[in-house]
Write a protein that binds this ligand. Structure first.
Ligand code: BGP
Length: 458
């Protein structure tokens, strides 16, 4: 069967500043944490050692062209542009981002620019990070500066990538700095991130900039173990906590009432101020980026909660290991292709079918050198992964879902937070020692698919 996609479908990939650029003037939380605890990073490789996009941007964009990208997402590093987060703009950073944007456009690749991808300037974290409303104001100023500097050429803006992840990592589950475990502080960080998003949207609209603004959310469908009411309730609460805590504010302009009621009943609500609701209502977006890697399977808890344990989302559910599930053993994530369709149908039926696209999907694999044949990584597993997801995406589009494109994570193997270079995701293999780039078989497959605007598959 031939799967063809709508005209002007976005084919491309996503990356982020911190994971690709290399060392920068302004320190981020990642630089700071790495200097304190390098053991927390796979093989002790830190955020200074990346795929050196800061030096190789021109040849890397030529590679994007070779992969037939018509669009590409990366982020601006707040700490590179404004090293202390709030003061002077760094002119070298302006030159760098201007060059990247201009070269993408010269190659016919539409730049999608994200403003925050887990990379808090350390100076901002020192005054409390997202727990402090001064940081919300500093972010709004930074966003406005970006719109003014680059908005004449950038028409697709994103305020945040996966804003729930710094909440989970930094304030609940200990995989991001500042390694706090405290639900109410986590809720405050999430709430202030929504306010920061809305401030940026408001500044974008007030400036009458061309183009559109959105956000990138990792939507993780919550599947109950069974239709038993206890399992359904568990899945509903997981959905409220991990998906709807951001999805509802950015698409409906308000929080789900049952999430607010739940947190209130456990005394976990963040402090609100007059005017917050009006601000949140102004944060409605034009375009939603959807990152999809894995589903979340849950069941009701089997045991009572330890009364001394800190309040956690897991007070309401246990994770469920479905027998027979397909796993990516390297990342430990389930692979469930229909999830992409379920996300799109949910958006169509419950959120007025917003303009959206898949902004990340991907498969991290360890030790890919073992698949080298005639000098090239033969990653047929990645081609299978992509095409099976695209089949479900195609089905969603054919049933009316408003999905405009598909971006893969990622174009070149890059540094992945605490996993550093353990799992490789790229269409292009990176030799860390020589920095040599070699297109993998999946890159060739994707280039052909983008060129044909479709692919053949059984
Ligand atoms: C997403 C992030 C990316 C990237 C990807 C792969 O959540 O937006 O930055 O890292 O996941 O995940 P990981 O690096 O944890 O394997």
């Amino acid at each position: 069967m031939y799967y063809s996609f709508p005209d002007n479908f976005w084919w491309g990939s996503a990356s982020s500043a911190l994971q690709t650029e290399g060392a920068r003037e302004g320190e981020t939380t990642w630089d700071h944490w790495f200097s304190r605890e390098p053991n927390r990073f796979h093989n002790g490789v830190g955020p200074q050692q990346t795929s050196t996009f800061y030096e190789h941007w021109k040849t890397d964009i030529a590679l994007l062209k070779q992969l037939n990208h018509n669009s590409f997402r990366t982020s601006i590093s707040w700490a590179r542009l404004i090293p202390d987060g709030i003061g002077e703009v760094n002119p070298q950073a302006v030159t760098f981002y201007n060059q990247v944007i201009d070269e993408l456009l010269a190659q016919g690749i539409t730049p999608f620019i994200n403003l925050f991808h887990f990379d808090m300037p350390m100076a901002m974290q020192e005054i409390g990070g997202w727990e402090n409303r001064e940081v919300v104001a500093a972010y709004a100023r930074y966003a406005q500066i970006c719109f003014e500097l680059f908005g004449d050429r950038v028409n697709h803006w994103f305020t945040f990538n996966e804003p729930i992840v710094p909440v989970e990592g930094g304030y609940l589950y200990d995989f991001h700095y500042p390694n706090v475990v405290d639900f109410r502080r986590a809720a405050t960080v999430a709430y202030h991130t929504v306010l920061a998003h809305a401030e940026a949207v408001r500044a974008f609209r007030a400036g009458n900039h061309a183009g559109e603004i959105g956000i990138v959310l990792n939507l993780t469908p919550s599947y109950p173990r069974s239709q038993n009411p206890a399992d359904l309730k568990a899945a509903h609460i997981a959905d409220l906590m991990f998906n709807r805590s951001f999805l509802d504010p950015v698409l409906k302009g308000e929080y789900p009432q049952d999430l607010v009621a739940l947190l209130k009943s456990y005394d976990q609500l963040p402090a609100c101020q007059p005017g917050d609701s009006e601000l949140i209502a102004q944060g409605k977006i034009d375009l939603l980026g959807i990152n999809y890697y894995q589903p979340r399977r849950v069941k009701c808890r089997d045991s009572a909660v330890n009364p001394d344990a800190p309040f956690m989302p897991e007070w309401f559910f246990d994770s469920y290991e479905m027998p027979g599930r397909k796993m990516n053993p390297y990342r430990g994530w389930e692979i469930y292709e229909p999830g992409i369709y379920d996300i799109l149908v949910n958006l169509r039926d419950n959120y007025a079918n917003p303009r959206c696209f898949i902004s990340e999907n991907g498969m991290g694999v360890e030790n890919e050198q073992r698949f080298i044949e005639n000098g090239q990584i033969n990653d047929q597993y990645r081609i299978d992964f992509i095409s099976e997801h695209l089949k479900w995406l195609h089905k969603g589009i054919s049933e009316g879902c408003n999905c405009l494109g598909y971006h893969m994570w990622t174009f070149i193997d890059n540094w992945s937070w605490c996993n550093a270079y353990k799992n490789r995701y790229g269409f292009v293999q990176l030799d860390l020692a020589t920095q040599q780039r070699t297109i993998k078989k999946s890159g060739e497959w994707f280039a052909a698919t983008a060129q044909n605007n479709g692919f053949t598959r059984e």
